[in-house]
Design a binder for this molecule. Structure first.
Ligand SMILES: CC(C)(COP(=O)(O)OP(=O)(O)OC[C@H]1O[C@@H](n2cnc3c(N)ncnc32)[C@H](O)[C@@H]1OP(=O)(O)O)[C@@H](O)C(=O)NCCC(=O)NCCS
Length: 177
C-alpha cells in the first residue's frame, strides 16, 4: 500500500533511497512530498515523490524507486504516474527530473531531454537543485521534462484509478505539515 511518508518512515526511506542510489537531500523538508510502499513484512519496496517550485508552476519528480527484486513488472511506472498526477493536482504545469541511468524509462512516460540549467532555474529552491549546485554535481546530471495535463476531469479520473491500483487510501499531504 502506498502511503504518505511520516517522520517515522524517514530512516527506512533514507536507507532504501541510498540502496537504490537516489538522493536523500530534503527528505524531512515540508516542501518535499513523498510516499512509501512496504511489503507485508514492513520492508520498503517502493517510493515516489515531488517538490514544487515556489510558484507551484513546476514540479521536480524525485525519489521514484523500486526494490531491485520487484523491477520490470510495472511498479516504477505506477509510482511515477502517481507522482505526476499528484503534482498536476497540486497545480504544476510542467514536470522535470534528473536521471542519468533511467532515461528510457522516463521517455516511455512522455519525458524528453531537457536543459539542466533550465531545470535549475525553474526549480532553484528545491533541495535537489540546491544540493547539485552546491556540490558541482549539476553539470554531471541529465535533465528530463514533460508538460502536465491540466484537464481537471482527466486528472481526477487518472488519480482515482492510480490511487485505487496502488491502494493509496489517503490524500497526499506535506511531510511534517
Ligand atoms: C527506474 C525504476 C524506477 C523503474 O522501475 P520498474 O518497476 O522496473 O519500471 P517498470 O516496470 O514500470 O518499467 C517500465 C518500462 O521501462 C523500462 N525500464 C525500466 N527501467 C529502465 C531503465 N533503467 N532503462 C531502460 N528501460 C527501463 C522497462 O523495461 C519497461 O519497459 P516495457 O514497458 O517495454 O516493458 C527502477 O529501475 C529503479 O528503482 N531504479 C533505481 C532508481 C532510479 O533510477 N529512479 C529514477 C530516478 S528518480
Amino acid at each position: 500500500m502506498l502511503l504518505p511518508v511520516t517522520p517515522a518512515d524517514i530512516a527506512d526511506l533514507r536507507t532504501f533511497l541510498r540502496d537504490v542510489d537516489l538522493t536523500v537531500a530534503g527528505l524531512d523538508a515540508p516542501t518535499v512530498r513523498l510516499w512509501i510502499e512496504r511489503d507485508t513484512s514492513g520492508a520498503v519496496i517502493g517510493s515516489t515523490g515531488f517538490e514544487l517550485s515556489a510558484d507551484a508552476e513546476h514540479a521536480l519528480i524525485r525519489s521514484v524507486g523500486v526494490a531491485p527484486g520487484r523491477r520490470t513488472a510495472g511498479a516504477g511506472s505506477r509510482l511515477a504516474s502517481f507522482a505526476l498526477d499528484a503534482a498536476a493536482r497540486a497545480g504544476a504545469m510542467r514536470a522535470w527530473l534528473f536521471s542519468r541511468r533511467s532515461g528510457p524509462f522516463w521517455q516511455k512516460l512522455g519525458f524528453v531531454p531537457a536543459d539542466r540549467d533550465a531545470l535549475a532555474a525553474a526549480l532553484r529552491d528545491t533541495h535537489q537543485v540546491r544540493l547539485f549546485v552546491r556540490t558541482g554535481q549539476l553539470h554531471r546530471e541529465v535533465a528530463w521534462s514533460r508538460p502536465l495535463l491540466r484537464c481537471p476531469g482527466m486528472r481526477d479520473s487518472v488519480q482515482s484509478r492510480t490511487a485505487e491500483h496502488l491502494g493509496a487510501g489517503s490524500e497526499p499531504r506535506r511531510l511534517g505539515a
